[in-house]
Design a binder for this molecule. Structure first.
Ligand SMILES: C[S@@+](CC[C@H](N)C(=O)[O-])C[C@H]1O[C@@H](n2cnc3c(N)ncnc32)[C@H](O)[C@@H]1O
Ligand code: SF4
Length: 373
């Protein structure tokens, strides 16, 4: 049997670091204010959980993704402990991509060099905007100068694969401000750009302010921002390979691609999801309780959900429709009349035997996916 056909090998690992120096009012990810008295213990727990879970499964990652929260909120010594623990525990012979998220202003030259030396190949930098007023509205603790400085530090440390995260559709944001943010980002020449439309997530300050009517959301103007993004980034040589993601040739994120195509992944850390075979689990969303459990030798899993083939099919439709390659025709065999209608409306096109969104269809991706489920 070839190595690819052995089902129990897990090839993708996600690691959640929940600490942030400041809490952004739009963010719904599991995170907590950085408490330096807790971080050493937390780092030990991460490595301990990895060791436990790597006993049950054969984990030979081709991709690892450290997200958050803010992984770079950990000190250089703590990152060394955690990454070193991962290196000791896992067979990294097949690793092709190791991403770490970083916030501007949180990466010193020493930290960047350590990440590079320990095998991190890709950095995802949370820029969000280049506009000082919008950065303030977003509660960010960085300035445009911090963005430039962090980007240069990462380049000098030898990172040749950097993603920049941006957000559009922000309250009061103008198209001119968004154009300026895109142009300043392109001027840095990152290999990858993620551009997300702001979502008002439940349980955030922004959600409450939006519900009170303080912020207006407008689908038409979101579509204008989205179209501007596609046009400017494609003209600058970035390929639009997923609704929110643009990359220079050969710099698409292998980790995200695996996730979109429904591959199994193991999640380590508080709140992390894992999808392994027909089961999805989520770890407890409380980093202190998480560490307590792990140190008692107990599982950190708080909830489990069985995945039926119907659920897996629906997820694959929703996720692959958002990609450049589109949906494989056999996934929508029983939705032929709907597919024909979208082809006739110019929302879908045929691509290498698949159905992919057209430029017009991309603005309506969620509605198209819903109709195909
Ligand atoms: C895991 S998050 C945060 C990473 C990092 N801590 C930061 O803030 O830069 C990854 C990205 O999701 C995006 N994001 C977070 N909240 C969002 C929201 N409510 N709507 C749209 N995008 C969001 C941001 O672009 C962010 O950089
Ligand atoms: S957006 Fe990033 S920095 Fe802000 S609270 Fe969320 S995870 Fe932390």
């Amino acid at each position: 049997m070839s190595i690819e056909t052995i089902p129990d090998i897990v090839r993708h690992v996600y690691v959640h670091i929940p600490f942030c120096a400041r809490i952004c009012p739009y963010c719904a990810f599991y995170k907590d204010l950085l408490d330096r008295s807790q971080t050493d213990r937390f780092c030990e727990a991460l490595v301990a959980e990895l060791r436990m879970r790597a006993q049950d499964r054969h984990v030979v990652p081709s991709t690892i993704y450290f997200g958050g929260g803010t992984p770079t909120a950990l000190t250089t010594a703590q990152l060394e402990r955690v990454l070193g623990g991962f290196r000791e525990t896992l067979d990294l012979a097949q690793l092709i991509e190791w991403t770490t998220e970083a916030n501007p202003g949180s990466v010193s030259a020493g930290k960047a060099t350590l990440l590079k030396n320990l095998g991190v190949t890709r950095i995802s930098l949370g820029v969000q905007s280049w506009d000082e007023d919008l950065l303030r509205l977003l509660g960010r603790d960085h300035s445009p100068a911090h963005i430039r400085e962090s980007f240069e530090i990462l380049r000098r440390a030898g990172f040749g694969n950097i993603n920049v995260d941006l957000m559009f559709g922000l309250p009061g944001q103008t198209l001119a401000q968004w154009r300026d943010t895109l142009e300043k980002t392109i001027a840095l020449n990152p290999e990858h750009i993620s551009a997300y439309c702001l979502t008002y997530e439940e349980d955030t300050d922004f959600f409450v302010r939006h519900a009170r009517g303080e912020f207006r959301s407008d689908n038409d103007s979101d579509a204008e921002f989205f179209e501007m993004t596609m046009s400017i980034l494609q003209d600058a040589g970035y390929s639009h390979y997923e609704i929110s993601n643009y990359a220079r040739p050969n710099f698409e994120s292998a980790h995200n691609r695996a996730y979109w195509s429904g591959e199994d992944y193991l999640g380590i850390g508080p709140s992390a999801f894992s999808t392994l075979g027909q089961e999805r689990t989520q770890n407890v969303c409380d980093y202190r309780g998480y560490a307590d459990r792990v140190f008692r030798g107990e599982s950190a899993i708080a909830s489990r959900e069985g995945l039926t083939s119907q659920m897996k099919r629906a997820e694959r439709i929703a996720l692959t429709l958002r990609t450049r390659e589109g949906i494989s025709a056999d996934l929508v065999q029983d939705r032929q009349s709907q597919v024909r209608e979208f082809l006739a409306m110019g929302l879908l096109q045929r691509r290498n035997g698949n159905f992919a969104l057209t430029a017009k269809g991309k603005s309506l991706a969620d509605s198209v996916a819903e109709a195909l489920l």
